[in-house]
Design a protein around this ligand. Structure first.
Ligand code: PEP
Length: 254
């Protein structure tokens, strides 16, 4: 069984390093009590270095929210995979819908995935349909295309180093998550497409996370009924009390 991964995407929050340290400290302490769950927090890049523990902490890792694929050069404002790896970042979110909306194409996503793996980190690759219809006339096809294209530049042997985050765009920031039964269906679908792109063997092993309006009340059902290997959490990851409850609820799922 894969360890369950709970990824907290802080986005452009909180406003101060002091607050960031507080949230990170509380999550790190709570993670000490986890048995088969890993807490991964993804703060804004400016807070990464001060939040990375000097010694590897139990069930706790730091991820970045973004990266650029070029090795170095005239890319004002951007950060390379080598820089992230050098300071101790272990995971990188790639292809989040908010970055895709700001212009990241599937091709750029695939170059980033490759660069992250080559630098020795694990990409958390976000995929998900923008809208849904009752009969699946468009969303399955759109999702299949997005997954295929997002791994276009990625060598087959890299499959074992990828985490997939299925995030239906309409559920991100929404009031309610997708219902767990549908999450189960979609997680099987993304695994099937992953299997077609890479191999059956890698699809059996891959961790598929769900993201979109996850909170401490729905997390356990999403993991147990939706049969996903973890969660990508936005808003609720900044509320320490709720995020710690969420971690414990998921860790208790058999
Ligand atoms: C996200 O930003 O990836 C996300 C899932 O956000 P939220 O949990 O706030 O819906």
């Amino acid at each position: 069984m894969n360890k369950k991964l709970i990824v907290g995407n802080w986005k452009m929050n909180p406003g101060t390093l002091n607050e960031a340290r507080k949230i990170a400290r509380n999550v790190r302490r709570a993670a000490l009590t986890l048995v088969h769950t890993e807490a991964i927090i993804c703060p804004p890049s400016v807070f990464l270095v001060p939040l990375i523990p000097r010694k590897k902490a139990r069930h706790f890792s730091i991820g970045a929210q973004s990266v650029y694929f070029a090795e170095s050069g005239a890319y004002t404002g951007l950060i390379s995979t080598a820089m992230l790896h050098d300071v101790g970042v272990e995971y990188v979110i790639v292809g989040h819908s908010e970055e895709r909306q700001r212009g990241d194409t599937d091709e750029m996503v695939s170059k980033k995935v490759r660069a992250v793996i080559e630098a020795g980190m694990t990409p958390i690759v976000c995929v998900g349909e923008s809208s849904r219809d009752d009969v699946g006339a468009t969303h399955f096809g759109a999702l299949r295309e997005q997954i295929r294209n997002s791994f276009e530049n990625v060598p087959k042997k890299a499959a074992g180093n990828i985490v997939l985050a299925y995030e239906p765009v309409w559920a991100i920031g929404a009031k309610d998550s997708m219902v767990p039964e549908q999450i189960y269906e979609m997680s099987l679908f993304v695994k099937k497409v992953f299997s077609d792109v890479f191999s059956q063997e890698s699809a059996v092993k891959i961790s598929v996370l769900y993201g979109g309006a996850v909170n401490s009340r729905n997390a356990a059902d999403i993991v147990s009924i939706g049969k996903v290997d973890g969660l990508l959490v936005g808003r609720e990851s900044l509320n320490t009390v709720s995020f710690v409850e969420l971690l414990k609820a998921v860790d208790a799922v058999k």
